[in-house]
Write a new protein. Structure first.
Length: 566
């Protein structure tokens, strides 16, 4: 977010500490981008850029309420305190009821798991200093808390309570021949789940970059990064598991001529894994197993051809890296087997390797008229090797009686996954006040996972079955005076999701079919004055059960809202 990575296996996506009203723009970069954004940007990057109070000032309060217990309140203040000092503050709270069909669906939690009303709350602040036209610095702080039911990687439904805290600092200076920048941030994540499961994770990242303009046609960027990632878990190993990362990256962009631009970037990560404290039973690993290093490289490249004044062609490819999380390296969860003195243990594996994603795409962009109408066609291919999976109830054990007094399954590299397809989009206006957009994606996917054959799943992965072959999105808006109306349609073809069977969800993994769905969303807004906006909105007005690609049927949600600007 704003250049600061927040993605971890414990990321609280329900409460990222950012409100809709403070978002200036959202950038979406497809495919592996580890060379540009770090080693876990293996599938793509979503960069949320918030408003700078030195450039845009606002004080906004929004309140919404709807059926199914929906309550949402948020506030944003972007204040220019002086010509060189700005402050942005934001906060939000949201609560809703669980889906009515959850208790009777294939996602119903096992007995003893409490279904609680989902909520999340967050607060954030950033102080921005600009002492001169070439220098800018910032200090930021964010906190969020979330409580909700979720499907964990073992395909078990459970309640999770997340707390996330982050502090950060950033400094950049334009030297005239380039931009020098430095960034540091510290994240703390805390997650509590059923059966006394408790994960605590903290990440420290310090990075520097130099972006240099070499003449009028070339730009070079060189960067360095140091990262420390630590995990403490209950009921896991005593002490902390951590890794240190040293990384170097470089990027070169060259405008070869008026019609061709070439970009290439590369990054090398050196990771050192270690375990602090005792590696005690039940396990088959030793402390020495955690004493290892990993060297991983990634790259991105692209060629942009300007075919004419109205059309361009882009060819891109890359190799991305997904480093195993510390949970995949070093978690250890023990569960008693009813009626037996044995325990079953699901553990990480210090020997697993990063997953590697290769990607390529070719895209054509064609402007259709002078009003902004555009056609875009993209063909893509992705292949991930060394896919990482944790153990599940049907995973063959790494250790079992009589050699060991417990049953142990571990995370591992289990195979490959590939997907290819085409995406076509059209945007335009029927008239000045009627913007529209249409998008269609066709995807064919396949996986080769060790132990998963036919209807037998030894690993909790069915990525191919869970990927829709067809997706269609359409949107039509009307803008006139104080009125703004939008209608959007979403279609997804049928998929199947993998879940545990039986009343405890610990039985054999089975595929649950989810029918094709068509959902309609709509929103109507009326601007009473420059300071007051009234809204009414509906999601999934067609009450399409499978719109969320979940075995728990989706519901129709309606809400009304008011936004006040001071």
């Amino acid at each position: 977010m704003a250049g600061r990575p927040i993605s971890t296996k414990m990321t609280n996506w329900a409460g990222l500490g950012v409100q809709l009203e403070e978002i200036q723009q959202i950038e979406i970069v497809r495919g592996p981008n580890s060379a540009l954004f770090g080693f876990n940007a293996a599938s793509g990057v979503i960069n949320i850029i918030t408003v700078n109070p030195l450039h845009m000032q606002q004080v906004t309060v929004t309140a919404e309420a709807g059926n199914a217990g929906q309550i949402h309140v948020s506030g944003v203040a972007a204040l220019k305190l002086t010509n060189w000092l700005g402050l942005r503050l934001s906060g939000g709270y949201e609560r809703t009821d669980e889906l009515d069909g959850l208790k009777t669906s294939a996602l119903a939690p096992p007995p003893g798991v409490i279904i609680s009303r989902p909520m999340h709350a967050e607060a954030a602040g950033e102080l921005i200093v600009r002492p001169d036209d070439r220098t800018e610095g910032s200090l930021s702080l964010a906190y969020s808390k979330s409580r909700h039911l979720e499907l964990n990687p073992a395909l078990l439904t459970g309640r999770g309570v997340y707390r996330f805290t982050s502090i950060g600092a950033h400094l950049s200076h334009d030297t005239g021949w380039g931009v020098l920048s430095a960034r540091a941030f510290q994240n703390w994540s805390d997650m509590k789940a059923e059966r006394g499961i408790h994960f605590q994770n903290q990440i420290l990242v310090v990075s520097t970059n130099a972006l240099v303009r070499a003449g009028t046609s070339n730009t070079v960027r060189v960067g360095f990064e140091y990262r420390v990632n630590e995990l403490r878990a209950a009921n896991g190993y005593p002490g902390q598991t951590r890794y240190h990362v040293l990384a170097g990256s470089a990027m070169w962009e060259s405008r070869l001529n008026d019609a061709i631009t070439f970009t290439v970037a590369g990054r090398l990560d050196h990771l050192k894994l270690e375990q602090e404290g005792e590696v005690n039973q039940p396990t088959i690993f030793t402390k020495e197993d955690f004493d290892r290093t990993i060297n991983a490289w990634s790259f991105n490249s692209a060629l942009l051809f300007k075919l004419s004044e109205t059309s361009s062609l882009r060819v891109a490819g890359g190799r991305g890296i997904e480093v195993p999380s510390l949970i995949s390296f070093a978690s250890r969860l023990s569960f008693a087997i009813p009626g037996r003195s044995l325990v079953t243990v699901s553990a990480g594996n210090p020997a697993i390797d990063p997953a590697k994603t290769w990607s390529g795409e070719i895209g054509l962009i064609q402007a259709l008229d002078q009003k902004g109408s555009r056609f875009e066609l993209i063909a893509f291919y992705n292949r991930t090797n060394d896919v990482i999976s944790i153990g599940a109830s049907q995973t063959p054990p790494r250790a079992a009686p009589p050699a060991f007094p417990f049953i142990l399954t571990t995370a591992d590299n289990v195979g490959t996954y590939e997907a290819y397809g085409i995406e076509a989009s059209l945007t335009g206006r029927f008239a000045q006040n009627w913007p529209w957009a249409l998008n269609y994606t066709w995807t064919r996917s396949d996986q080769h996972i060790v132990g998963n054959t036919g209807s037998v799943f030894k690993r909790p992965l069915a990525l191919d079955s869970a990927t829709p072959e067809h997706k269609v999105k359409a949107q039509l808006s009307y803008e006139q005076g104080p009125w703004l109306a939008t209608v959007a349609a979403r279609y997804t073809s049928n998929v199947s999701q993998l879940l545990g069977s039986g009343p405890t969800r610990l039985g054999p993994l089975v595929l649950v079919d989810i029918n094709a769905s068509l959902a309609l969303d709509a929103k109507l807004a009326f601007k009473v004055s420059d300071k007051l906006i009234l809204t009414i909105a509906g999601e999934n007005l067609t009450d399409a059960a499978g719109v969320d690609l979940s075995p728990a049927p989706a519901e129709r949600r309606l809400r009304v809202g008011v936004q006040v600007r001071f």
